[in-house]
Design a protein around this ligand. Structure first.
Ligand SMILES: [Zn+2]
Length: 439
């Protein structure tokens, strides 16, 4: 583990290095008053501090004291206006930030911080799940997906796959580069989530060389082309498999169950009352009716309350992991962990301060997606600090609630100048009644 004091600055270096590599698309005659890095880092700081007024507070601090915390904590030379930030970011593709996510992943991998996320014979679990973060009948850009209604109305939307590393029992999820569902060059058809997922695998598969990966996804993913795509990329999969979308697989299952070839396991678990876990599983079953069909391994869990025999939970999965009596519970538990993307990722991003669905600015081309990537990076940085930075862990524990912590850092930086992020955290941890220094 690196010295605690370095964690935030290491990640800020990754972000600054990534931004420095972005080619400025503005012509010189177009006026380049503000640097791309100032626009990018200013927007990032707003997401990191979880306050849309953060930059305005810092402009006020600048006019009062000649200095500000966006400069000292985030390395911005001069804070652009909100409109200037939007104008610049609209020109920059969100793809240019993918390298920052990749660097953070490599850092965590080298530091062995991801070991706790491995399951099923050292497989790192990656949940793939799409989420819509913009929908409007009025606001649109050239990267919007469109839905034409019979009434003649058009809905414009943005959806992204936000892959995360997750594992049962691990509270935090770790964001990987997003992939946007957006009209593709040379394709007339609307883009879709599974096509975006396949692009994600081919773009980022190299990142996981030497690391076994199991991809997790909902029923949308358990189709043959997607499963084949995973196997061709040397990745394993556990995808939800509903009877409604796989009728022929379930017909096969009925047939072989009558022949006694489906195996069963029952276990008891003490929750509020005793719950009965009934597993069924079979290996090498055709995924679809159409030939050639991939042979997959199928497992199902039904949970019943022992008191009234009511069904508490039921779900089934297909996987390429061989399922047996010893590992069926782990395979199912791993497949069920996909809900984490909704609970720990989408829900936190949408409702807990990051306001993913809020329109921070839409622009003509890239703004909406580039802002989303910066917001995700802010979430990732806080997650990593929470995971490996002891002073951050201590302040979060002391402060109790997420909201309380963010209120504190916002209030402090509104009135006081801090030399760095660590200076701010150390100040908050210092229980002696002192005032922050003026820088
Ligand atoms: Zn748009």
């Amino acid at each position: 583990m690196p010295p605690t004091i370095l964690v935030f600055s290491v990640f800020l270096d990754f972000l600054q290095e990534g931004i420095e590599k972005i080619k400025d698309p503005r012509s010189e005659s177009n006026g380049t008053k503000f640097k791309i890095s100032d626009a990018m880092l200013s927007a990032f700081s707003m997401f990191f501090m979880q306050c849309q007024s953060f930059l305005e507070y810092q402009r006020q601090l600048q006019s009062r004291s000649g200095k500000n915390n966006v400069q000292s904590i985030f390395g911005v030379e001069k804070i652009p206006s909100d409109q200037q930030i939007r104008n610049i970011l609209d020109l920059i593709s969100a793809k240019s930030l993918n390298a920052v996510f990749e660097k953070v992943y490599k850092f965590l991998q080298m530091g062995k911080h991801l070991k706790r996320y491995e399951r099923l014979d050292r497989n790192l679990l990656i949940c793939l799940d799409g989420t819509e973060y913009h929908s409007s009948s009025k606001i649109s850009c050239e990267c919007c997906s469109t839905r034409n209604h019979r009434s003649g109305k058009i809905t414009y939307s943005h959806t992204a796959i936000l892959p995360v590393i997750a594992a049962p029992g691990c509270e935090q999820v770790i964001s990987l580069p997003p992939e946007f569902v957006t009209p593709q060059d040379g394709h007339e058809k609307q883009d879709c989530e599974t096509a975006a997922a396949k692009r994600w695998i081919s773009k980022h598969g190299h990142l996981f060389e030497g690391q076994a990966i199991t991809l997790l996804g909902d029923d949308l993913y358990s189709r043959q082309p997607m499963c084949q795509n995973c196997l061709e990329a040397n990745m394993n999969f556990i995808f939800t498999c509903l009877p409604s979308s796989h009728p022929s697989l379930y017909q096969w299952l009925d047939y072989i169950e009558k022949n006694g070839e489906v195996q069963n396991l029952t276990t008891k678990h003490r929750k509020k009352s005793i719950e009965i876990y009934s597993y069924r599983f079979v290996n090498q079953i055709p995924l679809r009716e159409q030939e050639p069909s991939l042979l997959v391994n199928w497992c199902e869990l039904t949970v019943r309350n022992s008191v009234d025999n009511s069904e508490v939970y039921r779900n089934a999965f297909v996987t390429n992991h061989a399922v047996n009596i010893d590992n069926v519970a782990v395979v199912v538990e791993t497949g069920r962990c996909r809900w984490k993307t909704e609970n720990e990722n989408h829900n936190v991003l949408k409702t807990k301060g990051y306001n993913l669905e809020h329109n921070f600015g839409h622009g003509q081309k890239h703004l909406s997606s580039t802002l989303l990537s910066l917001n995700l990076l802010a979430f990732l940085f806080h997650t990593i600090l929470h995971l490996i930075d002891s002073s951050y862990q201590e302040i979060r524990r002391k402060r109790g609630t997420r909201r309380g912590f963010f209120q504190d850092i916002l209030s402090l930086t509104k009135y006081f100048l801090f030399k760095s992020w660590q200076h701010l955290i150390d100040f908050m941890l210092d229980e002696a009644p002192v005032f922050a220094d003026s820088c």
